[in-house]
Every structure is written in structure tokens, then in C-alpha cells.
Write a new protein. Structure first.
Length: 213
């Protein structure tokens, strides 16, 4: 949702999973923002001006009326609490705890195997290069463990933590979007019907589509 006069600025790359997570939250809240491209994979590393925003040289970084913030989960919670619009965090204590648990699970156990080990190796391997099949196999096994745990937590609900989608759903969506692009990822998701049904629902949500997942 680019806006020339937006008070919110998001720094990062449009392809980044974590930039997309923040963009989804901003779209859900109806917050205009400017996305300023940052190439953290440049030959010389992250540009100096970005290191001033994010000392670890990662993306995204975020600003709102002079308030600077980094770390995706901190940004999305701030977006939910600082702007009007539908709440993105459950009000019930236990549902909110489950949301935080699933976000932590995604960061710790899903992002690397689903995105880097499977999607990057299978989908982004350049022509003439050979995908690391051993890495893909290990990634799929780790992804299977994660999907089984998520399936148990999801149960028969439509959304991951509560009656309405929350930051847990929006944190997961970009990771699942890339994982599903790999044939092995799409096949593995079929082994977990409730998770696959959840993915089919979240994938059609306007905010997820707008964020490019």
C-alpha cells in the first residue's frame, strides 16, 4: 500500500518473508506505508545507512513518525496496537499465548527448513547448478515435524489460534507461500489436510495477496 506521504516507512526487499509479514499486518490495519528497497545481499553487504537502522544488517526495519523499530514480531505487534482497525491479536490470554507460541515455532523450526532448505534449493537454484538434494531431504523432515505439531495445535479451527486470523496466521503465510512453490513442499502439505485447508483460506486473503505471497 505505497503512499507518498505515509508516516510509516518500511525498509527491506519485497521478496523477503519477514518484510511480507509486516506488509500483511499493515494491509490488515489499513495503514498506508512506503516500502524503501534495501539489498542486504549486496556485494559489500548492507548499506551503512541501513546498519544505522538495524545494527544486525537484516530486514525489515520500520519507522513511524520518528519512532524506529526492528525485529518483525515487535513491528507487527506495534502496528496492531498503534493503529485503529481490526485487532490482530486475540484478547483471550490463552489464545494470545498460543499465538506467541506459534510465531516462535515458525521462526525457530519452520523458516529455515521450509524456505531456505526446500524453497531456495528447489526453486531458486540457477540453471546449470545442481540443487542440494541432501539439504532438501533434511529440510523436508524438519518441515514434517513442524507441520505435525502445527496440525495438532490447529485442530479443527479455521485459523491458527482463534475464531479470527491473528499475527500467527500472518506470520505463517509468507513461509507457506514459498514452501508450496516447491513440488515437495506442496506434496508434504497434503499429508496434513487441516493445515492445507488453512493455507488455502489464508492464501486468498486480500492482505496476503497484496503483500506478494
Amino acid at each position: 500500500m505505497p503512499a507518498a506521504n505515509a508516516s510509516v516507512v518500511l525498509y527491506g526487499a519485497s521478496y523477503s518473508v519477514y518484510v511480507r509479514i509486516v506488509r500483511i499486518a499493515l494491509h490488515e490495519k489499513g495503514v498506508p506505508y512506503d516500502l524503501v528497497p534495501v539489498d542486504v545481499f549486496a556485494e559489500d553487504g548492507p548499506p551503512p545507512e541501513h546498519l544505522a537502522r538495524h545494527p544486525f544488517g537484516r530486514i525489515p526495519a520500520f519507522e513511524h513518525d520518528g519512532f524506529a523499530l526492528y525485529e518483525t514480531s515487535a513491528i507487527t505487534r506495534y502496528v496492531d496496537e498503534a493503529f485503529p482497525g481490526p485487532p490482530l491479536q486475540p484478547s483471550a490470554q490463552r489464545e494470545r499465548a498460543r499465538m506467541n507460541q506459534i510465531v516462535a515455532m515458525l521462526d525457530s523450526y519452520a523458516y529455515v527448513p521450509m524456505v531456505w532448505d526446500v524453497y531456495v534449493e528447489r526453486v531458486l537454484t540457477e540453471e546449470g547448478e545442481t540443487a542440494d538434494e541432501a539439504r532438501i531431504a533434511v529440510g523436508l523432515e524438519k518441515a514434517r515435524t513442524f507441520l505435525a505439531a502445527l496440525s495438532d495445535l490447529l485442530g479443527e479451527r479455521r485459523w491458527l489460534t482463534s475464531a479470527e486470523p491473528s499475527l500467527a496466521d500472518f506470520h505463517a503465510a509468507p513461509m507457506f507461500g514459498l514452501f508450496a512453490e516447491a513440488p515437495e513442499g506442496a506434496a508434504l502439505m497434503k499429508e496434513f489436510p487441516t493445515v492445507r485447508a488453512w493455507w488455502e483460506r489464508i492464501a486468498t486473503r486480500p492482505s496476503v495477496i497484496a503483500a506478494g505471497t
